[in-house]
Ligand binder design. Structure first.
Ligand SMILES: Nc1ncnc2c1ncn2[C@@H]1O[C@H](COP(=O)(O)OP(=O)(O)O)[C@@H](O)[C@H]1O
Ligand SMILES: [Mg+2]
Length: 281
C-alpha cells in the first residue's frame, strides 16, 4: 500500500503563491500615516497588485522587498499617485493619508506629491544648477517670499541631505556635473526642500557604489527623525540596516509584514523564508 503522506510532492512556489489569501504578520499600526486597504492595480487587463492592505506608521521606515517584478514600484507609486502618469494604469481600493482619501476628486496630485516626495533609482537632477534644482519646488509652490529666504531653504535642504559642504562653492554649476552619489543626495535635497511629510524611495542606492550607498543609508537614518519613509530595496542588508518594518511582496501579493528583525531571522511565511534564504529571487 502506498503511503500518500510520504509520496505527496512538496508544493511548488507557484502553488503556495496561488493559495495565499491573507497577509501574515502585522500589516497595520495604531498611528498610521498611510493607511491602504484592498489595493488592486491593473496595467490594461493585467493585474499587478492583488488586494494589498498595509499601514505605514508616522516616522516609521518601512522597507518593501521581494523578487523583481513583484509589484514593489507599482505599490510605491500608488502612494503619491505617480501611477496617474501611466495611461493604462488603474488603481482601486482605499488609500488614505492622515485619514484622507488621496484618490478623491478634489485631491490635486501635484500638491499630494509635494507632501509625499519621491526619490528614484537613477538620480534625475534637472538640467539646471545645483541651487536651482533645490530651489525649484519652493519656487513653484511659492514657499518663500524673497531671495534670502530661498537661499536659506536651499542651504538647509542641502545640509540635511549631507551635501552642502561638498557643493557650497559651486552652487551655480550644473547638478548633472556631480558624481552619482552626490546627484542622488541632490535629488533628496530637492525632495525635502518642499517640506514633504513622507519620502518614497525606489531603490535609491542601487545605482551607487558602496561608499555612496553608505552615505544614503546614513541619511535615511537622520531623515527618519522628521519624515515617514517607504523604501523599495533589492538589498536585504539595506532593508535590515534602515527599516523598522519590512513588507515582503511576491507576484503582486503582500505575503508578510513584520518587524524587520523578525522577518529576516524568523519569517512567518514559507515564501518569505524561501526568498530570504536565497532559494529564489
Ligand atoms: N508601465 C507599465 N506598463 C505595464 N506593465 C507594467 C508597468 N510597470 C510595471 N508593470 C508590470 O507590473 C508588474 C510589477 O512591476 P513593478 O512594480 O515594476 O515590480 P518591481 O518594482 O517589484 O520590480 C510586472 O509584471 C511589470 O511588468
Ligand atoms: Mg521596481
Amino acid at each position: 500500500m502506498i503511503d500518500t503522506q510520504i509520496t505527496k510532492k512538496p508544493k511548488t512556489i507557484a502553488e503556495i503563491h496561488a493559495e495565499h489569501k491573507k497577509t501574515v504578520g502585522q500589516p497595520f499600526c495604531k498611528d498610521a500615516k498611510f493607511s491602504t486597504r484592498n489595493v488592486d492595480v491593473f496595467y490594461g487587463d493585467k493585474q499587478a497588485i492583488f488586494d494589498v492592505s498595509l499601514d505605514v506608521g508616522k516616522h516609521e521606515v518601512v522597507a518593501l522587498i521581494g523578487p523583481s517584478g513583484c509589484g514593489k514600484s507599482t505599490y510605491l507609486r500608488c502612494l503619491n499617485r505617480m501611477n496617474d502618469t501611466i495611461d493604462i494604469c488603474r488603481v482601486t481600493g482605499q488609500l488614505m493619508l492622515d485619514g484622507e482619501d488621496i484618490y478623491k476628486k478634489s485631491q490635486d496630485p501635484v500638491l499630494l506629491r509635494a507632501r509625499v516626495g519621491m526619490v528614484f533609482q537613477k538620480p534625475n537632477p534637472f538640467p539646471k544648477s545645483i541651487y536651482d534644482n533645490v530651489a525649484y519646488g519652493p519656487r513653484i509652490h511659492g514657499l518663500t517670499t524673497n531671495k534670502a529666504e530661498l537661499d536659506e531653504v536651499v542651504e538647509l535642504s542641502l545640509t540635511r541631505a549631507g551635501l552642502f559642504d561638498e557643493v557650497k562653492d559651486r552652487l551655480h554649476e550644473p547638478g548633472t556635473g556631480l558624481s552619482g552619489g552626490q546627484q542622488q543626495r541632490l535629488c533628496i535635497a530637492r525632495t525635502i526642500a518642499v517640506q514633504p511629510e513622507v519620502i518614497l524611495m525606489d531603490e535609491p542606492a542601487s545605482a551607487l557604489d558602496p561608499i555612496a550607498t553608505a552615505k544614503i543609508e546614513e541619511l535615511i537614518h537622520e531623515l527618519k527623525e522628521n519624515y515617514t519613509i517607504v523604501i523599495v530595496t533589492h538589498s536585504m542588508q539595506q532593508a535590515a540596516r534602515v527599516s523598522q518594518r519590512t513588507a515582503y511582496f511576491h507576484l503582486g501579493k503582500l505575503i508578510e509584514v513584520g518587524d524587520t528583525n523578525q522577518v529576516f531571522t524568523n519569517p512567518a511565511h514559507e515564501l518569505t523564508e524561501k526568498y530570504i534564504t536565497g532559494r529564489f529571487g
